[in-house]
Design a protein around this ligand. Structure first.
Ligand SMILES: [Cu+2]
Length: 118
């Protein structure tokens, strides 16, 4: 038996695995989470997302303009940073805090948004 077919299969498997790992988004929302869409123009719409304490949220950010500086998204309290390619939804899974706000901003903290617990 030649080892070649097996190593080809292994290479293909590794390529697939690498491609999956490189994907920026988790494929499926966490069970029970609520999805909220946020448009990134020259501000966030909505800029405040009301949530229950500890609620699981999938925030889907879509940047719709090259104006302004929405290309980067930062959750300072969670150490999360994402690039937002134009017109490509980017999902961020977060858990609302027990109280208060979970802030998100652009790369220079000019655009301000938050998950607000009520
Ligand atoms: Cu900015």
């Amino acid at each position: 038996m030649s080892p070649r077919p097996r190593s080809l299969a292994l290479s293909f498997f590794l390529a697939l695995t690498t491609a999956c790992t490189a994907a920026p988004e988790p494929a499926a929302a966490p069970p029970g989470s609520r999805t909220v869409s946020v448009i990134v123009g020259t501000s966030y719409t909505p800029s405040e997302i009301t949530a229950a304490p500890g609620e699981a949220l999938r925030l889907v950010f879509t940047r719709t303009t090259d104006e302004g500086c929405g290309q980067q998204l930062v959750f300072p309290g969670l150490d999360i940073q994402r690039d937002l390619p134009l017109d490509q939804p980017v999902a961020v899974d977060v858990t609302a805090p027990a109280s208060g706000r979970l802030a998100f901003t652009c790369g220079m903290a000019m655009y301000q948004g938050a998950v607000v617990v009520r």
